[in-house]
Design a protein around this ligand. Structure first.
Ligand SMILES: *Cc1c(COP(=O)(O)O)cnc(C)c1O
Length: 426
């Protein structure tokens, strides 16, 4: 590697290494993955997924706790099956995600269902499957869920998602626990809503939930939210409403560039202190921290285009494959897959889409030539799940590397499949 910031020791994926000028994942050369499956391709490391999950399990050992992987971060069945086999629960936000979890071998009784807009159909589907809990986000949803459960002759297990009004100190688009946010019920209304829930015949009050934001780098706001929830749980108990679980949501951040996120244990320490001696089961909904650094986007340089003020590396991946740079101005590390003995130059790494916002990274020092492979790192979370078919671009293939083996877990889309459900008029 010629880029001095990309020395092997600093790569954010634990199983990604630069070995004699060549990038390998779990020892498998990424050149081989590109040859076998083409580009652009999302490549995930099973060992990295597993160790990320084990870090959560270890930090919670000795406590009654359930780690529910937030499916929206990456919903590929291959990824879900890895977590299902490790005993994870799942946090879903749609009926579609529930179907994926079940298809991947996940257990319904370990599924929590979040989201502000659950439809009747989704409620029915989740009740019939027998999920563990509905995280209810409004008074209207509470009434609807009771009615739907009644029609099915079922009892719906619920938690209220409360909005603890703490500032997570993260990007405003991914901060969710402040007043004026569409998520959750206002903290001040929670107690009366719990009383209402207790009076409804087809609900079982199971717990309480919150989720204050994403890419959190400071444990303090979550511990503050935890304290608020614990106090509320005690007030509810005085009303005779006794909760079985407390769900603290997801949000733990990862290193994309030079962030220094706490370890899972460091992140949980102040929070676990709040719950010391309490008997409720704790529940967490991590997404990004389980998959973000376990995946990368493998892409090939189509053209190098020197410009008057800057140079462009035009690659075969684009904003439709990885939207985060265009959407949040997010920074992803870019690494040459094979080192090359040419001087480095600064490049904007852009896709072929007809939008000026179509960039993956800007101003990166790379030693590259046309046809070279690049790895866009830390792309395992909110990468493939936010992809689109803009410009009628088939979505990327997805591969999970497991030791020597590379498993195709989603075939590259075909162009004909993109418009198979359409027809010309007349
Ligand atoms: C998005 C989301 C998560 C996961 O967030 P991460 O930052 O990826 O850990 C968890 N819970 C809820 C309710 C969410 O909306």
């Amino acid at each position: 590697m010629t880029d001095s910031t990309n020395t092997a020791g600093t790569l954010p994926t634990p199983t990604l290494h630069a070995e004699s000028g060549m990038l390998t994942l779990e020892g498998l050369p990424l050149t081989q993955v590109a040859e076998q499956f083409g580009t652009p391709t999302y490549v995930y490391s099973k060992a990295a997924l597993t160790s990320a999950f084990e870090a959560w399990r270890q930090a919670l050992s000795g406590r009654k706790a359930l780690v529910c992987y937030a499916v929206k971060a990456n919903s590929n069945l291959g990824i879900l099956s890895v977590f299902a086999q490790l005993g994870a629960g799942f946090d879903i936000v749609s009926g579609g995600e529930l179907a994926r979890v079940l298809a991947a071998g996940g257990r319904a009784d370990r599924v929590v269902f979040s989201g502000v807009g659950k439809t009747r159909d989704e409620m029915c589907q989740a009740l019939l499957a027998g999920i563990r809990c509905f995280n209810v986000e409004s008074a209207a949803e509470l009434e609807r869920l009771d009615a739907v459960a009644g029609e099915l002759g079922k009892t719906a297990p619920i938690a209220l998602r409360v909005n603890p009004d703490v500032d997570p100190k993260t990007h405003p688009y991914i901060s969710t626990g402040l007043k004026g946010n569409k998520f959750g019920v206002a903290f001040a209304d929670a107690q009366s809503l719990y009383r209402r829930a207790a009076a409804l015949p087809n609900l079982h009050i199971a717990g309480i939930a919150c989720h204050i934001g994403s890419q959190l780098l400071d444990p303090a706001p979550v511990a503050e939210a935890a304290q608020k929830l614990a106090d509320l749980v005690d007030r509810l108990a005085i009303d005779g409403i006794v909760l079985e679980h407390i769900d603290l949501g997801g949000g733990l951040g990862i290193r994309y560039r030079d962030e220094t996120p706490p370890s899972v244990a460091q992140y949980l320490a102040p929070l676990l202190k709040v719950f010391e001696g309490r008997k409720e089961e704790l529940c967490f909904e991590p997404g990004r921290s389980l998959v973000g650094n376990a995946g990368l986007l493998l892409t090939r340089i189509e053209y190098l285009k020197p410009g008057e003020t800057k140079n462009f590396a035009i690659v075969d991946a684009a904003m439709n494959d990885l939207a985060r740079p265009a959407l949040y101005d997010a920074w992803h590390e870019v690494v040459e897959v094979v080192g090359r003995e040419v001087p480095t130059q600064a490049y904007d790494i852009v896709g072929p889409i007809c939008e000026s916002g179509d960039f993956l990274a800007r101003g990166r020092e790379l030693a590259v030539a046309e046809g070279d492979l690049l790895a866009i790192l830390s792309a395992g979370a909110y990468g493939m799940t936010m992809s689109s078919n803009y410009n009628t671009r088939p979505r990327a293939a997805e591969v999970i590397v497991d030791g020597e083996q590379a498993h195709l877990v989603r075939a590259r889309e075909s162009v004909s499949a993109l418009f198979a459900d359409e027809k010309p008029l007349g």
